[in-house]
Design a protein around this ligand. Structure first.
Ligand code: FE2
Length: 300
């Protein structure tokens, strides 16, 4: 793998398809291909992963920005998720209005007043995005865990794509696309005032370096309402190209329907969700715990 210093010079100054880039590109594509078939890392005690389990998760996150894991027993693992995260040096971002005191959000269909009308708490599909794309620059989400406590009866699968692969597709098509999406004003999410809380406009790049490590992070949503892309032809073309790449979907996309006790640890890669339990009369039983972090998985 190429070293971070080289990488930082490449990405954040002037990305070009030189020898360094070609090596990095090959490494990322090889890892993304492997990640599609490598399966789950089994973790016997989620609160206290063994050295071997930990190093395998970190290795996968370093190579492909995500690692799938599963816990063999079928109990509810919410109480273990904090310790699990701490094993990877992760700092929980607790500000989310639906996070409990433990910083964990239970994504489930809900008619609670604070959650009504929000797609994550419905049975509806969610388009491609990275988490926290509307956050302020000092509140970015660099990693997250999604842990399935209870699958839907029908549907509710996810797709994941390492965001470095999206970067590569854009570079392959036109390096100017990447430059347009690295612009500090590439994507604006207008302010939001709902339920008595105010969130200011979020303005920033799509691709940017993680503040602590310089590794590539991505801020993106495929939504088309309440979003303003920088008003320039290259940005518009780049966004259209990215959207069509994700919709195809890209051959490196991991498509998965998690069972109970299965989850993903990732450096906030691109992901989506299909709708689920559309025919259910009652609330869907699906429960997914989401924990978000301000830093990347340690060592990845
Ligand atoms: Fe998400």
């Amino acid at each position: 793998m190429v070293n971070t210093q080289e990488q930082n010079g490449f990405f954040w100054q002037a990305p070009k398809a030189d020898e360094f880039y070609r090596k990095w590109r090959d490494d990322r594509l090889t890892a993304a291909e492997a990640a599609k078939s490598t399966g789950f890392v089994e973790i016997s005690d989620l609160a206290n992963p063994s050295k071997a389990e930990k190093s395998e998760l970190i290795r996968r996150c370093k190579a492909a920005n995500l690692a799938l894991y599963e816990v063999p027993d079928s109990s509810d693992h919410r109480a273990e998720l904090r310790d699990f995260a701490e094993s990877f040096g992760l700092r929980i971002a607790e500000k989310h209005r639906s996070a409990g005191g433990d910083g964990i959000v239970a994504l489930r269909e809900s008619d609670a007043p604070s959650q009504t009308g929000y797609i994550p708490y419905s049975k509806r599909k969610m388009n491609w995005h990275t988490d926290g794309y509307y956050n302020a620059p000092d509140d970015r989400i660099s990693a997250m865990v999604l842990h399935t406590a209870q699958p839907a009866d029908d549907g509710g699968s996810n797709q994941f794509l390492d965001h470095t692969i999206a970067f590569i597709r854009l570079m392959d098509e036109n390096p100017d696309y990447v430059r347009a999406l690295m612009h500090p004003e590439a994507m604006t999410i207008p302010p939001n005032e709902e339920g008595g809380s105010y969130r200011p406009a979020s303005v920033g790049p799509v691709f940017f370096p993680d503040a602590e490590t310089g590794e590539m992070q991505m801020r993106y949503t495929a939504r088309t309402r309440s979003i303003a892309w920088r008003d320039d032809p290259l940005t518009r073309e780049a966004v259209a190209f990215l959207q069509s790449t994700l919709e195809k979907p890209d051959p490196m996309t991991i498509s998965i329907r998690f069972g109970k006790g299965q989850g993903v640890l990732c450096n906030n890669v691109l992901h989506d969700r299909t709708g689920f339990d559309a025919k259910a009369v009652e609330f869907s039983p699906r429960v997914v715990y989401r924990v978000r972090f301000h830093n990347r998985v340690e060592g990845s």
